[in-house]
Ligand binder design. Structure first.
Ligand code: GDG
Length: 479
C-alpha cells in the first residue's frame, strides 16, 4: 500500500472483511471472514492496490490502517452510541424490516436517523481522504446509502458505484420512511446503483421519478447538473468452483459421512442454514416439517432436520424474541416426535468453519431455504455448488432473489404452510432421475454466473457509465 494511502480503488462497507482473533500466545490478530464478497473483490483490490474501509467490530479507539493477507484495510471505529443507533437502530430496526416487506415492524426514531447521517458522513470523509485523484469508490449496502452523495460533494472527480445487497422495496413501503427523499438523493450520488434483481432497480427508478422529480428513461436517471445515473440489476453469486472443489476433498467427504452417522443414519437429512433472522422463515419451515411427521408420512428413523441458526444481531429486541420462539418450538417438536437419542430437529445455535458448512451441504438430501424476502440468498447457491454428484433437492422460497435463477428448485410460498409441507414431501420422495435433472440444470447456472462474473460485470459497467473518467482500473487478473 502506498504510504500516503491514495488508492485507485476503494471499497467502503459497514464491516471490514476480517474478524479479530486471539492467537494461542495471547496476542491479538485478524482472520479474514469467510464470505463470497471478499473472495470476489480481493483480486480486483489486489490488482489495483486498493483499500477497504470498514468497521472492525467492537468499540475500540481509532486504529491505524493495516494489511492482512495482502488486503489493505482502513478501520473506522464506532462508539457504543453509534453501534446502537446507526447499526442496531436505523440499519437493523428501521431499514432492514422496511426493505424486507415489513417482516417485522420498522421503528422510526429521529435520533437514529441523526446518527445514521453522522456515521455515513464519517465513512464518506474517510473515502474522500484515501481515494486517489480520479479513482473509483465502491460503496456497499443499506448501512451506507448516504455515502455516495456525501462523497461526490467532497470529491467530484471520483467514479462512485453503490451496490445494495438486500431488496429495494416498492414505493408503497418505501414511502413510509420519513427520510425517503434523503435516501434516494444519497444513492443518486453514485454513477451506478446496483441491485440484486431488476424489480428492485425498477422500484428505485420509479421512486426517483415520483419523489425527487428527475427525468428517467429505462435504467437511467438524468440529473439537473447534467450527470446520468444508471440503476440496474447485478445478481450476486458465490465462488462456485472453489466450493465444488472443497466439497470433493477427502476430509469433507469423510466429515460428511461422520455427520450422517452421528444423526443416526436416517434415510433422508433435511438442512436449514441461516442467520437467526425473522426474514428467513425458520419457524414456519420447522412447523411444516413437524406437521409432515405428525401426518404420518415419515418418522425420525426416516428423516431428521438439521437447523443451523447462526447468531445474529443479538442486541436487537426482535432477534431476542425470535430466538426464544424458535427454541421453544424446537423443544416442543422434539418432545412430540423425538425418540430417545433421536431428536427430530437437530438445532445448532452457532457458526462453523467453511469446511464444516461444505460437509453439511454434502450430507443434506433436502436443503430447505424459505425466507419471506431475501435479496439473493447465497446458502441456496452454496448448496447447489456442493452437490458434486448431481443429487439432492433444493426447496426454495419464491421470495428469495435466488429463485429467479434456480428455477429447477421446488419453489414454495413460505406463507403457505400446506404448500410447504407438500414441497418437503415431494422433495423427500423424488426419484433419483428427477433429482439429477434438476440439480444438473442448477449447477450449470451457478457455474456460469459465479461471483467473479458478478464483480467483473459491476466493475465494467461502472467504468462504462463514467466512460470519460481519467484513470482506467485494472480488471482482475484471471488466476
Ligand atoms: C445478505 C442478504 C444476500 C452462514 N453461516 C455460516 C456461514 N454462513 C454464510 C453462508 C453465506 C452467508 O453466510 C449468508 O448469506 P445469505 O445470502 O444466505 O444471507 P445474508 O447474511 O442475509 O446476506 C442476502 C447476501 O447479503 C449477499 O449479497 O444474498 O440476500 O440478506 O455465504 O455460507 N459461513 C460459515 N460458517 C457459518 O456458520 N463459514
Amino acid at each position: 500500500m502506498k504510504a500516503d494511502l491514495h488508492a485507485d480503488l476503494v471499497v467502503v462497507a459497514n464491516r471490514l472483511p476480517v474478524d479479530r482473533v486471539t492467537n494461542p500466545d495471547g496476542s491479538q490478530g485478524w482472520r479474514t471472514s469467510p464470505g463470497g464478497l471478499v473472495t470476489a473483490i480481493e483480486p480486483v483490490l489486489n490488482d489495483n492496490d486498493g483499500v477497504w474501509i470498514g468497521w472492525p467490530g467492537g468499540t475500540d479507539e481509532a486504529m491505524e490502517p493495516f494489511t492482512d493477507n495482502g488486503l489493505h484495510l482502513v478501520p473506522l471505529s464506532m462508539s457504543e452510541q453509534e453501534i446502537e443507533e446507526h447499526y442496531e437502530g436505523f440499519s437493523n430496526a428501521t431499514l432492514w424490516p422496511l426493505y424486507h416487506d415489513l417482516a417485522a415492524r420498522p421503528e422510526f426514531h429521529r435520533e437514529w436517523w441523526d446518527t445514521y447521517q453522522r456515521v455515513n458522513r464519517r465513512f464518506a470523509e474517510k473515502a474522500a481522504e484515501v481515494a486517489a485523484e480520479g479513482g473509483t469508490v465502491w460503496v456497499h449496502d443499506y448501512q451506507l446509502q448516504l455515502v455516495p452523495a456525501m462523497l461526490r460533494e467532497l470529491r467530484p472527480d471520483l467514479t462512485i458505484g453503490f451496490y445494495l445487497h438486500i431488496p429495494f422495496p416498492p414505493g408503497e413501503l418505501f414511502q413510509q420512511l420519513p427520510w425517503r427523499r434523503q435516501i434516494l438523493e444519497g444513492l443518486l450520488g453514485a454513477d451506478l446503483v446496483g441491485f440484486q434483481l431488476a424489480g428492485a432497480a425498477q422500484n428505485f427508478i420509479r421512486l426517483v421519478r415520483q419523489r425527487v422529480g428527475h427525468k428517467t428513461h429505462r435504467d437511467l436517471v438524468y440529473l439537473p447538473d447534467g450527470r446520468t445515473v444508471r440503476a440496474t440489476a447485478f445478481p450476486i453469486s458465490i465462488d462456485a468452483r472453489g466450493l465444488d472443489e472443497l466439497s470433493r476433498t477427502e476430509s469433507v467427504v469423510k466429515r460428511s459421512e461422520e455427520i450422517r452417522e452421528a444423526l443416526g443414519n436416517p434415510r433422508k437429512v433435511f438442512l436449514g442454514v441461516d442467520r437467526l433472522d425473522y426474514t428467513k422463515g425458520i419457524y414456519a419451515r420447522l412447523r411444516a416439517f413437524a406437521e409432515v411427521i405428525a401426518d404420518g408420512h415419515f418418522d425420525v428413523d426416516d428423516a431428521v432436520f438439521v437447523q443451523v441458526a447462526v447468531p445474529s444481531r443479538e442486541q436487537v429486541e426482535t432477534y431476542k424474541v425470535l430466538r426464544d420462539e424458535i427454541e421453544r418450538l424446537v423443544g416442543r417438536i422434539n418432545g412430540d416426535h423425538g425418540k430417545l437419542g433421536q431428536p427430530a430437529i437437530h438445532y445448532l445455535h452457532s457458526s462453523y468453519p467453511r469446511e464444516e458448512m461444505a460437509a453439511l451441504y454434502r450430507t443434506a438430501d433436502v436443503m430447505v431455504v424459505t425466507p419471506y424476502r431475501d435479496g439473493m440468498n447465497l446458502v441456496a447457491k452454496e448448496y447447489v455448488a456442493c452437490r458434486a454428484n448431481d443429487d439432492g433437492a433444493l426447496v426454495l422460497s419464491e421470495f428469495a432473489g435466488a429463485a429467479d435463477e434456480l428455477r429447477q428448485a421446488w419453489l414454495v410460498n413460505p406463507y403457505d404452510l400446506n404448500g410447504m409441507k407438500q414441497a418437503l414431501l415431494d422433495a423427500y420422495r423424488a426419484e433419483d432421475r428427477e433429482l439429477g435433472r434438476r440439480m444438473r440444470a442448477m449447477r450449470k447456472t451457478i457455474r456460469q454466473h459465479d461471483v467473479a462474473a458478478w464483480a467483473d460485470s459491476f466493475m465494467s459497467s461502472l467504468a462504462e457509465v463514467r466512460g470519460a473518467h481519467r484513470k482506467t482500473l485494472q480488471p482482475a487478473r484471471k488466476s
